[in-house]
Design a protein around this ligand. Structure first.
Ligand code: HEM
Length: 196
């Protein structure tokens, strides 16, 4: 069980169901993404650089969501954006950044990422009381589209600690693969099991 105490955060919770992929099946997805142990190492190095900048990174991502009404809508009730809901999710989003950079891609990680996928899909609004009255689901098309800004905008933050251009590129590409791998696991919540 994780020692992190963020409301609604459930990494390592043994009561979570395991998700569709076991470690061996997930390894094949890693291979399909060209994700290797070198990428894992690059993510560890990126964590050193990103950890002290997580809040600033979240400011950029939240700024992006907040500047597009059609995205902010998923955090909004008919009365407008829910500051409480945004804040609750933000705390877990920050933890996700650290988890993504240090992931062992083991059974606990797989189970929690299946849960995070569910939280964007049919399980949206179950975790936070403040979510009541916001839309029932984040459409899958936006989850896929969001990979790009989540990838592109971290570059300037990585650049602050990269040794040189090659090191920056290695960490940046590893991050892209890591985000794609998350979304590949999350997709389970959206896809007909026969097609997953
Ligand atoms: C690559 C794409 C995305 C990433 C990496 C991402 C990341 C995350 C993370 C880490 C969480 C918290 C998970 C937890 O509970 O521990 C979360 C929740 C959430 N995200 Fe995303 N997200 C993505 C796409 C989107 C998009 C496009 C939207 C639309 C605005 C969105 C809206 C939300 C909402 C509303 C929640 C809270 C869901 C709930 O009620 O539990 N996400 N996201």
């Amino acid at each position: 069980m994780s020692t992190v105490t963020i409301p609604g955060y459930r990494m390592g919770d043994p009561s979570l169901p395991p998700g569709a992929l076991d470690v061996a099946a997930f390894e094949r997805v890693c291979t399909a993404t060209l994700f290797t142990d070198e990428d894992r190492q690059a993510l560890r190095e990126a964590k050193e650089i990103i950890a002290p900048q997580v809040e600033q990174l979240l400011d950029v991502w939240y700024g992006f969501v907040g500047s597009h009404d059609f995205l902010l809508a998923y955090f909004s009730t008919p009365e407008g954006p829910s500051g409480d809901y945004l804040a609750r999710v933000r705390a877990r989003f920050g933890q996700w950044v650290l988890d993504t950079l240090s992931a062992d891609h083991g059974p606990e990680w797989l189970a929690y990422q299946a849960e995070v996928g569910r939280r964007h899909a049919r399980g949206k609004n179950e975790t936070d009381e403040a979510a009541q009255g916001t839309p029932d689901v984040v459409p899958f098309r936006y989850v896929v589209a969001f990979i790009y800004p989540i990838y592109a905008t971290i570059r300037d933050f990585l650049a602050k600690g990269a040794r040189d251009e090659e090191h920056l590129e290695r960490m940046h590409q590893a991050w892209l693969k890591a985000v794609i791998l998350n979304v590949a696991v999350w997709s389970q919540a959206y896809v007909d099991p026969d097609l997953y």
